[in-house]
Design a protein around this ligand. Structure first.
Ligand code: NAP
Length: 249
């Protein structure tokens, strides 16, 4: 058991929920952040507690600076000094070509996926940096294979937001490497979660799975394993790196 403390943003469902369950099972005290689905977040909390784990729930929209500041203050009070941030919260909008995209839509995606990840990373670095009196730590960003593929005809705004997450991963990793903080990312491919329904196509993974070299979609638990490895001391010599979980796509 590690006795470490991890914040998983967007942990009410999907990859974040699987990550929260796995971290708790491996000894982390976990903060489950969510934006709006309180009941779903409570169900994750109930699972963790039933398995003997420790967790707290904190609602906050990570795209809003004041809410991120409050999230970290509540986390300090309720769990203590953070060891690991998993920047998982993310959104996409219904599939669309660029010609139909509004500024409002593009800015919403960038605010949640990029600004949110930056703000949470900033608050985590403040607490973890050995230059600021912290004891170091690990940040794992949840990017996407979309950053590489570009998601044409579906959501190039989302893909570009994940490209920004990749750049931040590399740059921040170098910026804080000497301060005891490692920064890495996972790039999932097609994973069975409800995000595809938000994109207007709940069956998207099944439609595309035959194009995946491994001939299937991925499960959130498989992504959680890679996040856990990047967060843990097993990957102590790894920073500024990416793990693609895409079945070869
Ligand atoms: P999901 O099932 O839709 O879950 C998204 C989570 O993020 C929910 O817990 C949601 O909270 C939270 N969230 C969204 N906006 C937020 C905000 N502004 N502030 C705080 N929380 C927010 O998505 P998922 O498929 O698990 O995706 C998780 C991450 O993996 C995302 O970054 C996504 O881009 C990435 N990813 C997913 C896939 C895939 O195929 N599923 C592939 C590549 C990358 P509420 O439910 O409370 O609103």
């Amino acid at each position: 058991m590690t006795n470490r403390i991890a914040l998983i943003t967007g942990a009410s469902r999907g990859i974040g929920a699987a990550t929260a369950r796995l971290f708790a099972a491996r000894g982390y005290a976990v903060c489950i952040n969510y934006r709006s689905r309180r009941e779903a977040a409570e169900a994750v909390q109930a699972d963790i507690e039933a398995a003997g784990g420790r967790c707290v729930l904190i609602q906050a929209d990570v795209s809003v600076e004041a809410e991120v500041i409050r999230l970290f203050q509540q986390l300090d009070e309720q769990l203590g000094a953070l060891d690991c941030l998993v920047n998982n919260a993310g959104i996409l909008h219904p599939q669309s070509k660029l010609l139909a995209m509004t500024a409002e839509r593009i800015n919403e995606v960038l605010s949640a996926n990029v600004t949110g990840s930056f703000l949470c990373a900033r608050e985590a670095v403040k607490r973890m940096s050995t230059s600021e009196g912290g004891r170091g730590g690990s940040i794992v960003n949840v990017s996407s294979m979309a950053a590489i593929k570009g998601s044409p005809n579906e959501y190039i705004d989302y893909a570009a937001s994940k490209g920004a997450v990749d750049s931040m991963t590399r740059g921040l990793a170098l910026e804080v490497a000497a301060e005891g903080i490692r920064v890495n990312a996972v790039r999932p491919g097609l994973i069975y979660t409800d995000i595809h329904a938000d994109g207007g196509e709940p069956g998207r993974v099944d439609r595309l799975k035959d194009k995946i070299p491994l001939q299937r979609g991925g499960q959130p638990e498989e992504v959680a394993e890679a996040i856990w490895w990047l967060a843990s001391d097993r990957s102590a010599f790894v920073t500024g790196s990416f793990i693609d979980l895409s079945g070869g796509l």
